[in-house]
Design a protein. Structure first.
Lengths: 280, 322, 334
């Protein structure tokens, strides 16, 4: 893999919350790459440091966190960027989707306003009308019907799955090069989960954006990602192509995670992957 | 503002949002650990010591007055200057070896004795009102929260109605209409009458969520009666909430009593109370500032101590719950 | 935008509460308290004179008749006495002061400007100080400024306002001579003097509330900053200013706006003490004076006014809340 093919290159990433008892590291010397247009799955149980990894890439770690190592995005070293420059990357070039769409959307503003505000703050000289059209278009792209009307609705007027579509529309409006989705389906009903995963796969195919999918559920990554990183207690357990991880896991921990995946779900997942391939 | 219960309500609401409302946790694991944490907190200890001193002072009032030499109702015309309209002789309101805190202008009553006896009245009223409010609040809150349905509706409506009242004005109205006998007793009744809904509302909310918890379900399934469930399962879990609300209620009631007495509908002269002493100092404040500063300082420090203490206890128990 | 049925329900509830407040107050004053006729009649009184006064006041009637007349007086006015001596009391009639024989309604209206000045000034002060203090505290959480403000708020909450009033007056007026003894100077006469005269009453009335609002603002802001949607806003690459203004402040300050309405409506209680201590001739001082003189119609009038303000305040807050919090809005869902 040459540099130009690599969208995101993470080396020796360590995140800690130092206190009097020590460095208290939650992510330890992590290495991984995301190829341009590639999809990486980061899998681990809660507390494995996977969410902190994504926040570290975004530069959104909570107060008191210490980040070391290198995060190179499209040839730019993000850890060296001043906050102002990082802000223009955030949302515009790297966008993020969070776990709980209800609490991740501000209840006081219409979804349209929330989709528009990122667009308007990153693009200068955009009129309200233009931004609104972008928002409606983005909502249509995530298959929210009647988008022109629903753009003026508030988050509480949407169902869980629809809210997550709004979150995805929010990232889409910016045409980012990398989308980080942190447990995007965990808070949703099982039937809705599949729809959202399909949507993510579809968008990746349409826009060519890279994707990092963070989840505790191997069945979820199996559907959308081509490369998998398995994490445990902040350490990297194993990484490799998705197919290999599934067919030939090297580590007992990965095998354990695999065994936890219901067989039938796996098969449906495989079938679905095939069908989206065909749909291309 | 110290004497309207709205402040308590705000405190309660804010505390609730901080996490006490939704998940009332088991009683704090280790009382000793809490006590140790408390003793390490210098401000809390200072406040506790001040409150204890005042209580001790109130209890030992007759003894203290015997030592100081003047009773609370004794006039001492030698301590004031009749030519200057009765201003106390000597500096700082007549303070000295004879009268430790000086004397009241005009009639020369000993301020130390009046402060000591005033503490009696103030503490007695505030603590009685707190006990009565807590009792009413817990009982009605438990009943409304546990039984729900129509009982809850009636109690909730009454609470809403009482809380919609401008409490201070109504207390004044009621007290000014009532005869002046047994004022201290009436004060306790009136303060509690308007005060209980603020605790009851929180107890009701917590009872409602506790009722749904597994251990209550388990007790119910094993055939426990309502009374057993309420006293054995629910009440112990409300303990920390009740302790916090009670400590925060006391300063409110100390202030309320003083405010009502200040307005002339509280404790009736010649019985001393701190609020009433400050009220009678108003005409003199320019020439004899010590007369309002002394009871003012005692009152302020007492309210402050209770407020700080309540705050710290809430924080400690809050941490214990987590 | 606000559904009509919701408003209708609120208004109905308000009318019921006000009715109960009237009844409650009426019971207190006309059943529990001593016979006002004896008090009015004075020392050289004959039983006939007392009967005459009773008839004039209408208190010889049974309770419910009296209450009915009282309510009617509120809405349509009433007439005291009969024949040539009859006195018309226009609606809203709250009766006549035993002391000055003035109509209570007129007394209230006359004193309204002073009370309104004290109340509005104090409200502006406490809202500004509370929100500013709370924001500063939240931004500097755990640092010196935060702890300093926490100390101030505890002091502000604990100092009885009459103690503060006397201390300020002693310090600023008597000792230092920086401010005049407060008098009700009209703004139109001399804005500067108006400000000087009302400054102390504003501070005294505002301090407790300012302290409570500081703590509330601090707690709300700190809590809101931990919300997921604030993280979303940051992840969108919004500037910190925009994140604060749009995503932290609005949710954090909304509850404060609503509580503010109720606290403002309930200000009359605090005004009682503030106006009395500073000798400002407003509604509060009038009420305090009438307590010492046992002037029941005046106390009752002020009590009803206070209840009315609180009930109205409650309703305004409810309606306001539906307007500013989209989640409470009903019927606009798809």
């Amino acid at each position: 893999m040459t540099i130009s093919d690599t969208l995101l290159r993470v080396r020796m990433l360590t995140v800690g919350f130092p206190n009097i008892h020590g460095p208290n590291e939650v992510v330890k010397s992590l290495d991984f790459d995301v190829a341009r247009g590639g999809a990486l799955g980061i899998v681990g149980e809660s507390g494995s440091g996977k969410s902190m990894t994504s926040l570290a890439v975004m530069g959104l770690l909570p107060k008191g966190a210490k980040r070391t190592g290198s995060i190179e995005f499209d040839g730019t070293e993000l850890t060296a960027l001043p906050e102002r420059a990082m802000r223009s990357v955030r949302g515009d070039r790297i966008a993020m989707i969070f776990q709980d769409p209800l609490s991740s959307l501000n209840p006081y503003y219409t979804v349209g306003t929330q989709i528009m505000e990122a667009y308007r703050s990153h693009r200068t000289g955009v009129t309200r009308r233009q931004a609104r059209n972008v928002a409606i278009e983005a909502m249509e792209r995530v298959h929210i019907s009647d988008a022109a009307r629903r753009v003026d609705h508030y988050p509480h007027q949407f169902s869980g799955g629809m809210r997550q579509r709004v979150m995805i529309a929010m990232t889409l409006s910016m045409e980012p090069e990398l989308i980080i989705a942190d447990e995007p389906t965990t808070a949703l009903d099982v039937t809705v989960q599949a729809q959202i995963l399909d949507l993510l796969a579809e968008i990746r195919a349409d826009t060519g954006a890279g994707l990092i999918l963070i989840t505790h559920d191997l069945a979820v990554v199996s559907e959308v990602t081509d490369h998998i990183v398995v994490m445990r207690d902040g350490d990297l357990v194993e990484q490799g192509p998705a197919e290999r991880i599934f067919t030939d896991p090297q580590e007992p921990y990965t095998r354990m995670l695999l065994d936890a995946v219901p067989r039938i779900d796996d098969e449906i997942g495989l079938l679905r992957t095939v069908s989206t391939e065909e749909g291309r | 503002m110290t004497f309207t219960p709205t402040e308590l309500e705000v405190e309660g609401a804010a505390g609730g949002e901080a996490g006490r409302d939704g998940a009332p946790a088991a009683p704090p694991a280790s009382g000793r650990r809490l006590a140790r944490a408390f003793l390490r907190d210098r401000a809390a200890v200072a406040c506790g010591v001040y409150i204890l001193l005042i209580i001790l002072m109130a209890v030992a009032a007759p003894l203290l007055v015997k030592i100081s030499g003047y009773g609370p109702l004794e006039f001492d015309q030698d301590a004031v200057d009749p030519n200057l309209g009765g201003i106390p002789l000597g500096a700082a309101g007549g303070m000295g070896a004879d009268h430790w805190f000086g004397v009241e202008p005009g009639n020369g009553r000993d301020l130390f004795a009046r402060i000591v006896y005033g503490a009696r009245v103030s503490m007695l009223i505030a603590i009685s009102a707190t006990l009565l409010t807590t009792f009413l609040g817990v009982v009605f809150g438990l009943i409304a929260g546990y039984f729900g349905g129509r009982v809850d509706m009636v109690i909730s409506r009454v609470m809403e109605f009482l809380m919609a009242f401008p409490a201070l004005i109504f207390m004044i109205a009621v007290l000014s209409a009532l005869p002046a006998e047994n004022r201290q007793f009436l004060l306790v009744l009136v303060i509690s009458f308007f005060g209980w809904p603020y605790l009851a509302r929180i107890v009701r909310g917590q009872t409602m969520s506790l009722k749904e918890r597994e251990f209550v379900e388990a007790a119910k399934a094993s055939g426990a009666t309502s009374a057993q469930i309420i006293f054995k399962e629910i009440l112990p879990n409300l303990a920390s909430t009740i302790i916090v609300m009670t400590t925060l209620a006391v300063p409110g009631y100390v202030g309320t009593e003083a405010g009502l007495s200040f307005l002339g509908v509280g404790v009736v002269p010649p019985t001393p109370s701190w609020g009433q002493m400050i009220a009678s100092s108003v005409p003199w404040y320019a020439v004899d500032p010590a007369y309002f500063l002394i009871p003012g300082a005692f009152l302020f420090l007492l309210v402050l101590s209770f407020t700080v203490l309540g705050d710290r206890i809430r924080r400690l128990l809050g941490e214990g719950m987590a | 935008m606000i559904p009509l049925r919701f408003v209708a329900n609120r208004v109905l509830g308000m009318i019921i509460v006000l009715f109960l407040v009237c009844l409650f107050t009426f019971v207190i004053f006309f059943v529990l308290s001593p016979d006002p006729a004896v008090q009015i009649c004075g020392k050289n009184c004959t039983p006939e004179a007392i009967d005459q006064i009773r008839a004039n006041l209408g208190i010889d009637q049974p309770f419910w008749t009296q209450f009915g007349t009282f309510l009617a007086g509120l809405f349509a006015g009433r007439t005291y006495g009969t024949g040539p001596n009859a006195i018309d009391c226009a609606a809203p009639c709250l009766g006549y002061s035993f002391q000055s024989s003035q109509a209570v309604t007129d007394m209230i209206v006359q004193r309204l400007p002073v009370s309104a000045t004290v109340a509005v000034g104090a409200a502006v002060l406490w809202l500004l100080a509370g929100v500013a203090g709370g924001l500063l505290s939240a931004v500097k959480e755990g640092r010196f400024a935060d702890r300093f403000i926490a100390g101030l708020t505890l002091t502000g909450m604990s100092i009885p306002n009459y103690v503060l009033a006397l201390s300020l007056q002693f310090l600023l007026v008597v000792t230092l001579g920086w401010l005049p003894f407060p008098q009700a100077v009209a703004f139109s006469d001399d804005p500067f003097q108006w400000f000087q005269n009302f400054l102390m009453p504003w501070i005294v009335l505002a301090i407790g509330m300012a302290a409570v609002y500081t703590r509330l603002t601090r707690a709300n802001v700190i809590e809101t900053l931990q919300e997921n949607y604030v993280r979303t806003a940051r992840a969108k690459g919004l500037s910190p200013g925009l994140v604060w203004r749009r995503h932290a402040l609005r949710p954090a300050l909304t509850p404060i706006v609503t509580i503010f309405g109720m606290d403002f409506a309930g200000l009359l209680g605090g005004a009682l003490i503030t106006e009395t201590v500073f000798g400002l001739n407003g509604i509060g001082k009038m009420a305090a004076d009438s307590i010492t003189k046992n002037d029941q119609p005046v106390i009752m009038g002020v009590t009803l006014l206070a209840a009315f303000l609180v009930v109205i305040g409650n309703m305004v807050v409810d309606l306001l809340y539906t307007a500013i919090d989209p989640r409470v809005r009903v019927g606009s869902s798809a």
